[in-house]
Design a binder for this molecule. Structure first.
Ligand SMILES: Nc1nc2c(ncn2[C@@H]2O[C@H](COP(=O)(O)OP(=O)(O)OP(=O)(O)O)[C@@H](O)[C@H]2O)c(=O)[nH]1
Ligand SMILES: [Mg+2]
Length: 284
């Protein structure tokens, strides 16, 4: 009892030590509580949609259009990836991107990240591949310029081949343990406002044909060396896109790897991007 009384007396007598200890508690407690809360809440990262494709397809234009909700702004060649946080409404199809850009009240809607990557040959693989490996990825929008596909077909298809093969390997790798979520790919045929633009169905068939040719030439070294299809090891099979040994390539072959490919036309310039937006909303 005596000890307690003395201690209380000591506390209540004004002194420098007591003052300093009191001040420390007052200032440090909020900081400690803050770090405690941050540590215990699980880190939640937003689902993401990756925007890839050859240079000047209109990726950055689409990003700015969706971000602002009105007209697209002028863009220039991207050198670094750029991402914006966007919002989709919970009742799918009910909200256009214009309405979604104005949602600010909390309610039945979800946020996601749209990641724009540079299309330049020297930069694109590194950026695209890091994002494909990320486990927040929900979908890939592969944008092509449908008006210049005749000239750009080889380039557009070879990058698409790399992206699809990376996805195929990602699914394959998960077979042993927990399978990663299926990733859907949207081939956005942009610039349909131009009269030279190919319709989505032709963009699809041209890309499929070119992907088939690329697959053939990448495996040519093997086939020419005289080994039969049966003798080829599993390593070579792993680098084959789609159904192994098939003659023609079609996007339907990717279903075996849980990859669904859709081709939808549109135009960023005319603001005709609602079908793409609906596709994105369905993935979030
Ligand atoms: N006619 C037409 N032009 C468009 C459309 N969308 C984009 N463009 C133009 O295409 C050019 C390239 O657009 P960007 O958005 O910079 O292309 P990008 O895919 O980001 O290109 P990189 O950053 O180099 O990979 C710009 O001059 C745009 O104005 C469209 O729907 N129609
Ligand atoms: Mg860009």
């Amino acid at each position: 009892m005596e000890v307690l009384k003395q201690f209380l007396e000591y506390l209540l007598t004004p002194s420098t030590e007591v003052f300093i200890i009191g001040a420390l508690i007052i200032f440090l407690l909020p900081v400690i509580v803050h770090f405690y809360i941050v540590q215990t809440t699980p880190y939640t990262s937003l689902p993401s949609i990756l925007l890839v494709g050859p240079p000047a397809a209109g990726k950055t234009s689409l990003l700015t259009l969706l971000e602002r909700g009105d007209s697209a702004a002028a863009t220039h060649t991207s050198q670094i990836p750029q991402s914006v946080e966007l919002t989709v409404s919970d009742d799918h199809g009910a909200t256009t991107f214009r309405e979604a850009a104005r949602i600010d009240a909390p309610g039945s809607h979800r946020k996601f990240l749209l990641v724009d990557t540079p299309g330049h040959g020297k930069l694109r693989n590194q950026h695209a591949m890091t994002h494909i490996a990320s486990n927040t990825l929900r979908g890939i929008v592969y944008m092509v310029d449908a008006a210049s596909l005749d000239d750009g077909l080889a380039d557009a298809a070879s990058f698409l081949y790399d992206v699809l093969l990376a996805l195929q390997k990602r699914t394959g790798a998960g077979k042993t343990s927990k399978a990663p979520t299926a990733i859907h790919v949207l081939i956005a045929a942009n610039k349909l406002d131009l009269f030279t633009a190919l319709p989505a169905s032709l963009v699809r068939s041209n890309l499929e044909a070119e992907l088939g040719r690329i697959r053939q030439s990448r495996s040519k070294g093997l086939l020419d060396s005289g080994v039969g299809v049966d003798d080829i090891g599993s390593e070579e099979q792993d680098d084959w896109l789609g159904q192994y040994g098939s003659e023609k390539f079609s996007f339907g072959q990717m279903r075996e790897f849980d990859i669904e490919v859709d081709v939808i036309g549109g135009s960023v310039l005319d603001g005709k991007v609602d079908k793409w937006w609906d596709w994105i909303s369905d993935r979030i």
